[in-house]
Design a protein around this ligand. Sequence first.
Ligand SMILES: [Zn+2]
Ligand SMILES: [Zn+2]
Length: 306
Amino acid sequence: MRACGVCHSDVLAVEGQRADPSTPVVPGHEIAGVVEAVGPGVNAWHQGDRVGVGFFNGHCGECELCRRGDFVNCDNQHQTGTTFDGGYAEVTYARASGLVRLPDEMDAVDLAPLLCAGLTVYGALLQAGAGALPGALVAIQGIGGLGHLGIEYAAKLGYRVAAITRSGEKAGLAKQLGADHYIDSKTADPAAVLQELGGATAIVATATNGASMSPLIPGLAPRGKAIVVGAAPDPIEVQTFDIIFGTRSVIGSLTGSSIENEDNLQLAQRHGIRSMNEVMAFSEAPRAYEQMMSGQARFRVVLDVA
Ligand SMILES: [Zn+2]
Ligand SMILES: [Zn+2]
């Protein structure tokens, strides 16, 4: 282990929100490290390789979904730091199929948050699909741990980016991250503003609040997609007419495969995409977790394990 990001999904391990909370699990799934040893039958990876591991710990390659190439939905795959020990540790294990090659030019602390948070927004933007031509309007809801990266990725992918937030006074930050438009959803109807701008081809919803996503849906352009990545305890409400007319859709996006994670890191390396990090020593892991949970982190917390 060299570095591990602290992600909101660590709550599943720390608070025991999982199938068998009686068995403790080491949290952490934004892992940047170096291969210390390989098991029998591993040919493509060697001691000393710089590797990452994200939320998925390696697909099985044998289930029906894997055989159809749908590795994210493999039904025989551990979730790092949730069903399998993760990266708040000196040493961790992963299936070879879950490993991600790290670009030499980037250091472990910069890479770690991109392995889950970065991949999550990158994967969501891939879901925007063929309709999202260069210059298409893409809205990012929230300027937090996920959203601030979402703005950077969307801008670097060539989209016209609208940042939507309720927290106010973040216009300067949104512009600095690459947003073309800033919408304060406390003082303006975000859907109306998006329609004035031509309608959003995609909205990446990163808030942990379903009710805050509902009013965004009418801001979609025809064939537009609202792509949900923020896990919220409450539902999203959608007016049926808003999705029938214009054939709009609301979809989820779940991280990405290990090879998509390599594409993600290549993009970040080539375009200088970095999260804004608060770096803490490994010995401060409990405080790092508390800082992330407080919602006060600016914007990702990373444990420097090295
Ligand atoms: Zn995560
Ligand atoms: Zn599988």
